[in-house]
Design a protein around this ligand. Sequence first.
Ligand SMILES: Nc1ncnc2c1ncn2[C@@H]1O[C@H](COP(=O)(O)OP(=O)(O)OP(=O)(O)O)[C@@H](O)[C@H]1O
Length: 370
Amino acid sequence: MATEFRPASDTDTPSEEDVILEVRDASVSFSMDRGDSRVLRDVSIDVHAGEVLGVVGESGSGKSMLASAMLDAIVSPGQVDGEVIYHPPDGGEPVDVLSLSREELTKLRWNEISFVIQGAQSAFNPTMTIGSHFEETLRAHGADVSEGMEFARELLADLYLPTEQVLRSHPHELSGGMKQRALIALGLVLDPNVVVMDEPTAALDLLMQRSIVSMLEDLQEKYDLTMVFVTHDLPLVADLADRLAVMYAFDLVELGPTDELLDDAAHPYTRALLNAVPNISDRAMDIEGIEGSSPDPVSLPNGCSFNPRCPLADGTCESESPHLRDVDKGHEVACFYPEEARETVPLLLDEPPKSADAADAADASGGERR
Ligand SMILES: Nc1ncnc2c1ncn2[C@@H]1O[C@H](COP(=O)(O)OP(=O)(O)OP(=O)(O)O)[C@@H](O)[C@H]1O
């Protein structure tokens, strides 16, 4: 039985000309006592202007490393290698992100590519009002403060926040959901072209998460944003993303249009991930956890990293690493046996998780959406 999740929009396969962010062979490593830990392994991916790219995978698979590498924001002592090229949509000169100075990078990060992370609690200075955070950010980037504050008000309203009250408040006076939405508005106040969101709703309850995602969908359309949305929660991003990138063991294992991945995933891991999704509308449904555990970055298995957990693994999988290759137009998979995976690993769900309904429920539960 195939899944029937509905993607946010039916986009044509993106073309090479509209690439806005180009990641080539990005790797991240940490030198540890017990060896070199490669937590991102030669990942290459293009982000297309105007798309929402969902990056999904189990906890610890390297999603945050990929997001941070896109903005050269890997925490020390992590070492990032490879290339990240930003192509300004106005046709300006491509920017080699990993070779920028700290100052250039700060400018790029807010004005062109902004980064919204989880944990709004720690992102705000507890001694400053939310309004001061906006003003300070605008001032630091040489933007017109009164114009910028007008835009901030619009963004806060787009996120269904009581604008003036939020601007006057200190972070502790707001609920987690309000704070996280204020942080999203702050990330957008300099009108970036790309926004990279790393688990932006992780600490919130289910209804608030769904509700924020539906607001992001509206924001993305209204401001024509390009969005990279990182989450371990596949159903959360299924309605929002045009394409999904699936990560396993610090590498990209499948990439393609959301509807195709949900209906006809070609990697055994993606299929297992889909089968591990709980459907909140059906308590009696089958959920299959993924057997085994993800590999240690210091001692990865030989061959395909998924082989110890894969029902299809054979000698080839144990000795050779599969690279991404096309299975359909715009759909790539790193597996030696994609057709066999489709035939022999059945998808259990035939109903999508009710993320859209949950967002509606959140709307109905109170206009302010705290
Ligand atoms: N500072 C660090 N030093 C060494 N290893 C790290 C460091 N930070 C993260 N890692 C390791 O890098 C790997 C990838 O982590 P990453 O945060 O990218 O995973 P993730 O897919 O985003 O997971 P999650 O959803 O839990 O955030 C993990 O094995 C993690 O333990």
